[in-house]
Design a binder for this molecule. Structure first.
Ligand code: SF4
Ligand code: SF4
Ligand code: SF4
Length: 248
């Protein structure tokens, strides 16, 4: 059997997920024994137009003109994997969608805001443009989960992503809850899979992996307000990584 060909592509993103994978160290070496990486702009100059077994796509779909490039990737690839929250849900880019005209360009770029490469639309998951076989959350992706899910795909096994909250993983690690330390935390509704990385390292979960299915966002906001947070700030905090899910 020939070794599967994979390629990495990027759209609207900070490229942090590519950097995370490039920094996989031993895990990357293991992955490279199982696949042939034929394109990955962050770490190599070669490009490829051959058919692909897996296309990994980072970043949101936030410009209509990117649709054609996404469609070409879809046509070439047996499987398309959206990796990182930008690609999986719109991620942090989708915060701009809550501005009525979602155009922060003038505030950011001033007189340059009309330059053609700054054209923008709402930040959406790439599944808004093309069918996606798997969406891996995380800002950035969790390397152990990435390797596990890719391994499942290569072995023809259905990949699974937890649908329970970060609190479950946090409790298993016997961490002291941030709320007991008079702090806040979104782990109560955040989707697990990262091993409760942030609370385990002494900082609150910000739900970078999005929420579990059917989260009780109203209760989360109420809980944040009970800690003394202003209601508007609590609502904004709840949608930091879930702006395409949580309404104003
Ligand atoms: S998901 Fe986060 S780390 Fe990954 S590209 Fe988007 S902003 Fe960067
Ligand atoms: S620190 Fe956060 S993730 Fe851990 S138990 Fe408390 S609310 Fe849940
Ligand atoms: S603990 Fe929360 S913010 Fe931290 S990596 Fe996990 S999901 Fe993301």
């Amino acid at each position: 059997m020939s070794i599967p060909k994979v390629a990495f592509f990027d759209f609207t993103s900070c490229e942090g997920c590519q950097v995370e994978i490039a920094n996989f160290d031993q895990d990357l070496l293991k992955l490279l024994q199982a696949v042939e990486v034929v394109e990955f702009r962050e770490i190599m100059k070669e490009t490829c137009s051959a058919p692909l077994d897996i296309a990994f796509v980072e970043g949101s779909f936030s410009r209509e003109k990117d649709r054609a490039r996404l469609q070409k990737i879809r046509q070439r690839a047996n499987l398309v994997v959206a990796y990182g929250s930008c690609a999986a849900t719109g991620g942090i880019n989708a915060l701009k969608n809550h501005k009525p005209d979602y155009k922060y360009k003038v505030e950011v770029y001033g007189a340059d805001a009309t330059l053609p490469h700054l054209e923008t639309q709402k930040a959406l998951p790439i599944s808004a443009a093309i069918p996606v076989d798997l969406a891996i959350p995380g800002c950035p992706v969790d390397r152990a989960e990435f390797v596990r899910l890719v391994s499942d795909l290569l072995h023809g096994k259905a990949p699974t992503i937890p649908n329970y909250p970060v609190c479950v993983e946090c409790k298993k690690k016997e961490n002291i809850c941030r709320y007991e330390l008079q702090d806040t935390c979104l782990g109560v509704v955040a989707r697990a899979g990262c091993g409760a990385l942030c609370p385990t390292n002494g900082i609150p979960c910000e739900a970078c992996r999005g929420f579990v299915d059917n989260p009780n966002v109203d209760s989360l906001v109420e809980l944040l307000i009970k800690t003394g947070m202003q209601p508007a700030y609590a609502a904004a905090k709840a949608r930091m990584f879930t702006a395409n899910l949580v309404e104003e």
